[in-house]
Design a protein. Structure first.
Length: 613
């Protein structure tokens, strides 16, 4: 009887929408509240396709192995991360460049099996820095004991300026991961020399543009499967400070009646860039012929490359601010087509443009298709786009229980199995853009806590932030974050860029009470970094999947190793790796848990590493 009453209510929501002047998103939120997180869930067919009372089905029982206690503790200071992220004014920000912030990276630059940390950095307008005090980017080497050493000077990688995004990949297949950095100014490609140092090869590689651009997200991608990494670069705004209106001067320079910095609306959007790797250390700009320019200029922020339609060719998804987001489908002929609107992941379910910021990609329901989590501005929710397996997505934000957080400005994010129960959870970092809002009696603040959604294993999530410890509940104005196991103890940690503050390094305490497996993939025929390689991990009837990926979160780079939690399982029944260039599959059966496997294409498992070694 309860199900019938609920079905009657849901079947009449279309009429309620017009009577009550509520958005479809709000109505769905009310319906989801009636369902409850543990009783049942509605099959998430869009309302306009309903022909009668929707079919209801019992929800799956949450995985009992997920109840292990996990907390995150910020150990940045003890770990030696002592570089402040300088980014624009502290108490007031007059221009949008001062508010957007920057990314961060986990990557193993010296191939010792322990991920290091790269910190981007900015500056302040109209500021002359004393000698030796100019803010620069920083590289921290992992000492393998929970601490890091600043090796910026020796590595030759420190640069001043507004350094926004970062992505990592071995573009010349020499066995050492290189790093591409976006700036408001001029982007930089640093070649990893393999001896702990880097060389700026931007001009030599053909990536220098003799004009000021505001580069944001970037992603390495082998779009033509020739074994060499190509490069997509997102650009945000064509920013000329001399021609930007003053705060409050136009309708685009106000927020809740307050005069604020202008943009992005009212300012000219940037055009994205796409470079083909020539295989000789140089690149050719193929932005126009590849179809990347077809959607026109957009306020693009974060870009990621994954095979969203399981056709064996990598696609590109771009989170866009204040305009429709983009899904570039790879047409297998060197060109892309934007199918974001038709695929259902350009707008929210109300058909509204959003302030897209960050992107997390993962198969949260373990159905073999990659889903998308996208963060947005305040007075809106993040989006969870479920991959329907037919080239389209359905916005299941409220049905899945991740539509609660409307107050915060949402930035870095990712699907992270923080408790190793075999189901990908969601971690999101927040931070407002207007420091002066703390002076007004609003429901929002400049510094905001982080958010953790626990995957219940039945298509729904639960907000467990309050029980996740001080690292999650501490307040910062955060931007980029990256995910990886920096201490090699078998659970996923988080490094976070905080505006005008020290970074946070959130150590995961407790996640490794469940078992896990980590895969370091090395390409031989495909690109050496194995970006685009897909791995499946099967335990019993439970099959997980992930891809080696570049970019994600907000303009950041996470650990290139793939991590899978497997609960209490003692043995993994099957690991399958599909290599991107050839699409050949290698299989490994009856694998012991709690180890890091290094797998080289065509050579199988070449190294097994136990935790902490």
């Amino acid at each position: 009887m309860e199900a019938l009453r609920l079905g009657h209510y849901l079947g009449n929501r279309r009429h309620l929408k017009f009577r009550m002047k509520l958005s479809r998103r709000q109505i769905l939120g009310s319906g989801a509240a009636l369902l409850g997180s543990n009783l049942m869930e509605v099959v998430t067919t869009p309302i306009w396709k309903w022909t009668g009372i929707p079919v209801l089905k019992a929800a799956g029982v949450p995985n009992p192995e997920s109840s292990i206690p996990v907390t995150f503790v910020d150990v940045a200071k003890e770990a030696g991360l002592n570089s402040v992220n300088v980014w624009g004014g502290v108490h007031i920000k007059n221009y949008i460049i001062e508010a957007k912030g920057n990314g961060i990276a986990f990557f193993d630059y010296d191939n010792d099996g322990w991920i290091d940390i790269y910190l981007t950095n900015g500056t302040r307008l109209n500021t002359t820095w004393p000698p030796g005090q100019t803010p620069t980017t920083h590289l921290y080497k992992n000492n393998r004991d929970g601490t890091f050493t600043d090796v910026t000077e020796h590595a030759g990688i420190g640069r001043p300026g507004w350094q926004t995004g970062v992505c990592v990949g071995d573009y010349d297949n020499d066995g050492w991961d290189d790093i591409f950095l976006t700036f408001w100014g001029h982007n930089i490609l640093f070649h990893n020399n393999g001896d702990g140092t880097f060389t700026d090869v931007t001009k030599k590689a053909g990536l220098y543009k003799d004009e000021v651009r505001w580069g944001t997200g970037c992603t390495w991608i082998d779009y033509d499967r020739d074994g060499s990494l190509d490069l997509f670069v997102a650009n945000y705004i064509v920013l000329d400070l001399e021609n930007v209106p003053a705060p409050g001067q136009t309708g685009y320079c106000q927020w809740k009646g307050l005069p604020v910095m202008c943009g992005p609306r009212g300012l000219p959007p940037g055009s994205n860039l796409f470079y083909h790797n020539n295989g000789d250390g140089t690149f050719t700009d193929v932005s126009e012929e590849s179809g990347i320019l077809a959607p026109g200029p957009r306020y693009a922020i974060t870009a990621v490359s994954y095979d969203f339609d399981n056709d064996g060719w990598p696609d590109i998804y771009v989170a866009v601010d204040s305009e429709p987001s983009i899904l570039f489908h790879n047409k297998h002929d060197g060109t892309f087509e934007d199918i974001g609107v038709m695929a259902g992941c350009a707008y929210n379910e109300d058909g509204q443009e959003q302030a897209g910021m960050g992107i997390g990609v993962g198969d949260y329901d373990c159905d073999g298709w990659l889903d998308i989590f996208k963060t947005n501005f305040s007075d809106d929710t993040s989006d969870l786009y479920h991959n329907n397996g037919d080239g389209t997505f359905t916005d299941v934000t409220f049905m899945a229980g991740v539509g609660q957080d409307r107050e915060d400005v949402k930035w870095g994010c990712g699907f992270v199995d923080y408790d190793n129960d075999g189901w990908a959870d969601i971690i999101q970092v927040d931070g407002h853009v207007y420091p002066m809002i703390d002076n007004y009696h609003l429901d929002q603040s400049f510094k905001e806590p982080r958010v953790v959604y626990h995957n219940l294993g039945n298509g729904r999530f639960k907000n467990v932030s309050a029980e996740m410890g001080p690292g999650i509940n501490a307040r910062f104005s955060s931007r980029g974050c990256a995910f990886g196991d920096y201490d090699n103890d078998g659970d996923i940690d988080v490094v976070i860029s905080n505006m005008n503050d020290l970074p946070s390094l959130l150590r995961n305490d407790g996640g490794n009470k469940n078992n896990w497996i980590k895969l370091k993939l090395i390409g031989t025929v495909c690109n050496r970094t194995a970006i685009g390689a897909r791995a499946y991990v099967t335990v019993g009837k439970h099959r997980q999947m992930d891809e080696v990926h570049s970019g994600t979160s907000v303009i950041s780079q996470s650990d290139l190793r793939l991590h899978f939690g497997v609960g209490k399982a003692k043995t993994i029944d099957l690991i399958e790796v599909t290599w991107p260039t050839t699409q050949k599959i290698e299989k490994f059966a009856n694998v012991d848990v709690n180890q890091i496997l290094t797998i080289r294409e065509g050579h199988g498992i070449i190294k097994k590493t136990k935790p902490g070694t």
